[in-house]
Design a protein around this ligand. Sequence first.
Ligand code: ADP
Ligand code: MG
Length: 404
Amino acid sequence: MTLRTIESLGSLAGKRVIVRCDLNVPLKDGVITDDGRIRASLPTINELIHAGARVVVVSHLGRPDGAPDAKYTLAAVAQRLCELLGKPVTFAQDTVGTGAHEAVDALQDGDVALLENLRFNAGETSKKDEEREAFAKRLAVFGDAFISDGFGVVHRKQASVYELAKLLPSAAGLLIATELDVLDRLTEKPAKPYAVVLGGSKVSDKLGVIAHLLPRVDSLLIGGGMMFTFLAALGHQVGSSLLEKDQIDTVRGYLDEARARGVEIVLPTDVVVASKFGADAEHQVRPVDSIESSPWGSSGLGLDIGPDTAARFAEVIRASETVFWNGPMGVFELAPFAAGTRTVAEALTAVNGLSVVGGGDSAAAVRTLGFHDEQFGHISTGGGASLEFLEGKRLPGLEVLGWQ
Ligand code: ADP
Ligand code: MG
């Protein structure tokens, strides 16, 4: 791990420093519903303020179509950033236009400006190298140095993540350093026993992670929608539950590999089966070998792990020194199917070693179920980025900062 650090840039007093953050927070009717990503960006911004730098924060929000769109303005984020920093933040009405130039030119040492949404410009995410380079050049004029701290986007080869880092003296910020430190502990010599808990909707999203982590873990616990592909691989009927038929053979291969390596794959023994997808659905707990014996037969839907399974998962988790969890155990958004996810989250809070929650929906799940970030060792701000890291992939936004 050889990421360039902020210190490597020398004194930043009086210098204009562009900081790429991931301030892509969820909004409902223009109101921020979870400011976790803004809070996670504060350490680096505060450090730069204290160093006397002129801080130019840039970020994307949502997926606008490469042009200004009022729905995706960062105005509410600027307001929240200002409250959290306890000092004024100048909000520029555009990203590289006159508004941005005026905002940056007016900065004094220790001041902060936030430029409008990077993705209001097609060059940010363009597939064409030269278009990304051209946009990065227009951003680079605002800085004497660049700090990359948007961990959630380091797996993306985008102008403000990759090309910009090549145009200015650049380094990784404190959030990226923290995230990598944790991910490193999950891949290089993790404290044992090591359990990985996977759930969520699609097994095909997580195959790379299973393949890369299987040689490193002691137990792999499978819940969520992906459990049904595993259960089908063992010959069970799964009703109308989520099933990826084309992945059954791959999953069988993992079961064989796990057996050969002495890794325990812990699969559900009971499932909450529902009459339909909805908070008002009728439901009952069924053993996994009789999912279709419910009153709804082959139209029954498995929407959560059952209580016996949840208890067994909790036992394995609590007995582990390192736990990585990605993907809710059931449809936690609907109250009757949140119990499995709640039990697993509770067990993670009781881990003595390192407990890590990764994945956007998993982080949202623990927060909406009333847990606090401090109860876990770490909640990753980057779902896709952390998964790609755990798959052993090269991440362009890290490589450009000297990582190998
Ligand atoms: P993350 O964002 O944490 O990586 P995913 O995106 O993979 O997680 O999956 C999250 C979604 O999986 C949630 O919206 C949840 O409702 C859904 N899910 C979990 N269990 C099931 C299930 N048994 N059937 C259908 N969907 C499920
Ligand atoms: Mg998700």
